[in-house]
Each structure stands twice: as C-alpha cells, then as structure tokens.
Design a protein around this ligand. Structure first.
Ligand SMILES: [Zn+2]
Ligand SMILES: [Zn+2]
Length: 341
C-alpha cells in the first residue's frame, strides 16, 4: 500500500512517500481504509525528533475511513461502515479499561504513529474499542479531525466543569484544537476570550463565536479584557493549548477558584507555576489527554446536530504530506490540515 514514512527526523522533507506492507487484521482487529488523516502539531514534534518516532515511522493519529475487514472474533458488524478513530487503541482488559479510563490504558496496541503505524497510509488497523460510526452527513476530512482536534477540547472543557456563564480563556486559539474549543465553549454557554499569536486568524475566530480575540497580549491586556466581558475577578477556565509560551499569562488571568487545563505542550519543558497565586486563589490545574470513544461519540452527535462545525482547513494528497507540514509550520492554516490518501 502507499504510505508516507519518516526518513529520519528533521524538517518537512523527511516525510517521504513510498510503499509499506499492508496490515493484516488479526483477532479482534478491524482493517480500516483511510479516507482522511489530520496533520496534528504532535506530528510536527514527532517529525522533528522531539518525540519517540524515528526512521521508518508512519505518522498520523487523526484518522477517518471505512472498515473493510474484521478479524474472525470481532462481534460487532462494522464492515462497510464509515468510522472516525480515537488516536489510541486501548486493551479493553486492564484495570483502567475496566474502570472506563481508556485514555490511561498502556497495555493496548497504543498510539497511532508511535506504537502502531499511523494514518499517513492507505490502511490502518483499528479495534471496535476505538472506532465510532460517522453519519454520511459528516465528510471524511471533518470526520478525521473529530477525535483529536474537536474531542480534545470537548474533554478538557468537561474536565474543568465548564458551565453557562463561565468566562473561558483559550490560548493557541487559532490552531486545530483551539478553533474547535472556541466553538465548543460557546456551545456550553461560556463567554470566550481567544488568544492567538497570529493577527490573520482574528477574523475567523470572531466568526466562530469568540467574544474577544487578543493577538499576543500581555497579562494585563488579558485581565482587562476578561473584566470588560464580565469576569469581575478573572477567568473561570483557561484551556492551555500551547503550554510554555502562554502559561504564565493564562495562570495570572484566572480568578478565584479558576481552573487551568493543560492540553498542549508545544515547547516541552517546565512551567513557572507560582504557588502563592495557586494557593490564594485556590486554583485547580488539570491535565487532559485525548478524547476517548465516549467523547468522540459526543462530538459526532454535536457535529451531526449542527451544534459544532469542524474546520478542516485544507486538504493535501497523501504524497504531499511534507507540503502540508510546511504550511502548518508557517502558521498559514487556520483549523486543521488534512491528508487524503
Ligand atoms: Zn492530533
Ligand atoms: Zn487497557
């Protein structure tokens, strides 16, 4: 089958089109023909060598496709169905899986692009535990980004107990997770302040429902904006999608009992958490991983009902993965870049 594999790590040109051996569905597996695969910031980190992926790895964990075959003991009849995939395949047997905490499972096949070959290819293996059927009203490119680019924000907003009337800060709002987090927070009845480093993304974020968009603001500008929008003593929730670059600003913009959710980690390293601030304001810091199948099913429902519009920005042919990476790296893409095999 056709695929794009890493020829070492480095710039976009290490993404080299070629061929890979076709995956064979074993017991419990589904064979999925990839119809679209999103290009995540995580893929850029993996390609550049910041993560575990190395020579020969096939990246891509934002996958939608069609189930074309199933292992002999797969009980649910999914062959022929269009599906969106959760990016990690859980084992279904460990204590975490038994407790419904499948994002914490580390005994299953694992994460696409790292533990198992990913979606920069014509076919991937999946499991009934990580696929959710998608109605025909949701196109392939949109379906591909439902789990990572939409479900991640959905899970984070729910982790933070986001409620109507909350003021929600979204950092890195112009990226794939960010644009959808803005939409989802509005859907939950929040007032949304979007932070972006790119002025060109301001208009689109306002169209998606942001109540205010701040371009590379300092802490004071964020606090003033939150106050003007009714957050008297600060924001209720901050979704931290970039990590290092905006952490201090997001933390300082929170009001009493504010909840900060760490999601993105674009510059891996340590963050300056000020204990005095956390103690006196009784702040809560959450980590929130990727969506699980329940989150993904929620998101499929939200999109099918029109409550949220996925924003697959542009599509590229699979063979042009390096061009897609380069465009994302230049921050030209508002929303998600998607590869189509
Ligand atoms: Zn992703
Ligand atoms: Zn498990």
């Amino acid at each position: 089958m056709r695929c794009v594999a890493l020829d070492g790590t480095g710039g976009p040109d290490v993404l080299v089109p070629g061929t890979c051996s076709m995956p064979e569905p074993g017991h419990g597996d589904l064979l999925v023909r990839v119809r679209a695969c999103g290009v995540c910031g995580h893929d850029l980190l993996a390609r550049s060598g910041a993560l575990a992926a190395g020579h020969g790895a096939v990246l891509g964990h934002e996958i939608a496709g069609e189930v074309v075959a199933a292992g002999s003991d797969v009980e649910v009849d999914l062959v022929g169905r269009r599906v969106a995939l959760v990016q990690r395949i859980p084992c279904g047997r460990c204590d975490e899986c038994a407790a419904g905490l499948t994002t914490l499972c580390r005994q299953g096949p694992g994460f696409y692009g790292e533990d198992v070959p990913g979606g920069y290819a014509e076919y991937v293996l999946a499991s009934p535990r990580n696929v959710v059927p998608v109605p025909d009203t949701i196109p392939d490119a949109a379906a591909a980004i439902l789990s990572c680019a939409v479900g991640t924000g959905w899970r984070a907003l729910r982790r933070a107990g986001t409620a109507p009337g909350d003021v929600v800060l979204v950092t890195g709002a112009g990226g794939g997770v960010g644009v959808h987090a803005v939409e989802l927070a509005k859907h939950l009845g929040a007032t949304v302040v979007a932070l972006t480093g790119t002025a060109a993304k301001e208009k689109r974020l306002l169209e998606l429902g942001a109540d205010a968009v701040l371009v590379s603001p300092d802490t004071r500008a964020v606090r003033d904006c939150v106050r003007d929008l009714g957050g008297r003593r600060g924001a209720d929730v901050a979704l931290e999608l970039t990590g290092g670059p905006t952490f201090r600003t997001a933390l300082r913009a929170l009001g009493p009992r504010g909840r900060l959710v760490l999601i993105g980690n674009t510059e891996p390293g340590t963050l300056p958490l000020e204990p005095g601030l956390a103690i006196l304001k009784e702040l809560t810091v959450y980590g929130s991983a990727h969506a699980d199948a329940t989150d993904l099913a929620d998101v499929v429902g939200l999109v099918a009902s029109g409550a949220v519009m996925p924003v697959p920005a542009r599509t590229w042919a699979l063979e042009d993965a390096s061009a897609a990476h380069a465009a994302v790296e230049r921050r030209e893409v508002t929303g998600r870049a998607v590869l189509v095999p």
